[in-house]
Design a protein around this ligand. Structure first.
Ligand SMILES: *Cc1c(COP(=O)(O)O)cnc(C)c1O
Length: 484
């Protein structure tokens, strides 16, 4: 072997490296094409736990063996969201072009903080595509983030600074003359509480308006809340409308919220992590009419666009306000009209300086399939949710817990005469058994004090037969449990 006093991480033997990579790709294709044959989920066994608690390696291991470790101890025990019968929380199911995109982005290696580079142009292009899909006007700004929580935080930071009445960047939140208030339905995602806490406003700044059985933002209640807060010396700043709530998929009346925000001078933010992309679904885009008038929108390509984790996106109508909230150029990060630095920095639109080339996975999948296909897949999931609701409604042992607006179905197994706690334990037991058997993965939630199971079909691999199997197994387990 040649004497290498100057070391590198590059393989000494590129041929061997290529061999491992080819095997990884062959295995990846088999893994994805055979996903239906595997359990939807299985817990990591003791052997994997032990292996994954080993200390940091001091010396080398052959790449082929490292890959072997992954194959043995990691790959068999994933979350399962690429499986056709995974419907828990709210996740996308991934896609092959997107996975290749993540690999190729890593090979390219660019830092997407900015730069006079093709990857930076591509990042801009993807943000522009997402903006056009949602319907915000050209000239709006946007940024890809790690996910929806970060996207909402970016948008709410712009909203806070726009409505503070002082220069928050200079003076801080303590200088805000009257405490800001943000409004949302009580079905809002928890990331908004976190955002307001991080923004130094405290979560009491989040005024939640109670929902009725439809789980939508009550516009009269919202108006009353704003008036009441004004009377108490607060400064109503923004409304956070949900385009698809996480519990039930309820979609707030965006036209009404937008009109109210214009009337009252409030920032109109839409949390569209679930449903902003309804705007591309031919048969359901009417549900988000009015989203195009939002001051800001958060959306999540790693949900209904099935991009591999992670990628979210914040869009802001007023690009100037967005830029003014985050732009910062110390002497070592000046923009340049020539050379690699570039004249427009992507890091000026969020808190991250170094950024991944996550745009590539979205770009590749959108180019491979076209937006229309993604729109049809959203319609397909909604049809499947209605189909599941039909099965539940036709079955006397089951009951629906909330109306189905989009692709989320909340329901429970009845247990005649049982109290709420017993019902919760019974339904949870069914859920755990379905997961542990690897049959299907669903989650649960509590709506207006009533516990239920929850199926969110954001999955391009799901078929109706999967839902038939799910209901059949659920009923079988319910009967088995009742027999004791
Ligand atoms: C998923 C979700 C979020 C948070 O997004 P992450 O990508 O998980 O950070 C926010 N709001 C809603 C409505 C969501 O469904």
């Amino acid at each position: 072997m040649e004497d290498r006093r100057e070391e590198t991480l590059d393989p000494l033997d590129w041929g061997a490296a290529r061999e491992v990579a080819h095997r990884a790709v062959d295995d990846a294709v088999a893994h994805l094409s055979g996903v239906r044959e595997r359990p939807a989920w299985q817990a990591p066994p003791a052997s994997a736990r032990a292996f994954l608690s080993q200390p940091v390696p001091q010396g080398p291991t052959e790449l082929a063996q490292v890959y072997g470790n992954l194959v043995e101890h990691v790959r068999p025990y994933p979350m399962g969201n690429i499986h056709p019968r995974f419907w828990a929380w709210y996740m996308g199911a991934g896609n092959f072009a997107g996975a290749l995109g993540d690999f190729l982005a890593a090979i390219d290696g660019s830092n997407l903080g900015g730069g006079n580079t093709a990857p930076a142009l591509l990042d801009r292009q993807v943000v522009g595509w997402l903006r056009s899909m949602v319907g915000l006007p050209e000239g709006s700004s946007g940024t890809l983030t790690s996910g929806g929580s970060a996207a909402n935080l970016v948008a709410l930071t712009v909203a806070r600074n726009a409505k503070a009445g002082v220069d928050v960047r200079a003076e801080g939140v303590a200088a805000i003359p009257r405490p800001l208030r943000f409004y949302a339905s009580d079905q809002i995602h928890s990331c908004h509480q976190k955002a307001l806490e991080v923004l130094g406003l405290g979560h009491h700044a989040l005024h939640l308006v109670p929902t009725g059985p439809d789980c939508r933002l009550d516009i009269a209640g919202l108006e009353a809340a704003i008036a009441e807060d004004r009377g108490r010396g607060f400064e109503p700043a923004a409304v956070i409308a949900s385009a698809g709530t996480v519990n039930t998929g309820a979609v707030d009346d965006l036209l009404a919220v937008g009109a109210l925000c214009r009337r009252e001078g409030l920032w109109f933010h839409v949390d569209g992590c679930i449903g902003a992309l309804l705007a591309i679904a031919p048969r359901h885009r009417h549900l988000v009419a009015g989203i195009e008038a939002a001051d800001s929108v958060a959306l999540d390509p790693h949900k209904w666009l099935h991009a591999p984790f992670e990628v979210g996106c914040a869009l802001v109508r007023d690009a100037r306000l967005h830029h003014a909230t985050f732009a910062l150029h110390p002497e070592y990060l000046e923009e340049q009209s020539r050379g690699v630095a570039g004249a427009e920095s992507l890091f000026d639109y969020g808190i991250e300086l170094s950024r991944s080339f996550k745009a590539l996975k979205v770009w590749m999948a959108l180019k491979e399939h076209g937006v229309q296909k993604f729109g049809r897949l959203i319609d397909q999931n909604i049809d499947q949710a209605r189909y599941l609701a039909g099965l539940i409604e036709a079955e006397p042992r089951l009951e629906m817990m909330a109306p189905v607006t989009i692709n989320i179905v909340c329901f429970r197994h009845r247990l005649p005469g049982a109290d709420e706690a017993t019902l919760k334990a019974f339904n949870s037991e069914i859920m755990f058994r379905l997961q542990e058997a690897g049959t299907a993965v669903q989650s649960d939630t509590t709506l207006h004090g009533r516990h239920g199971l929850r199926v969110a079909i954001a999955n391009h691999r799901t078929r109706r037969a999967d839902l038939d199997l799910f209901v059949r197994e659920l009923l079988r387990l319910g009967a088995e449990l009742q027999r004791g």
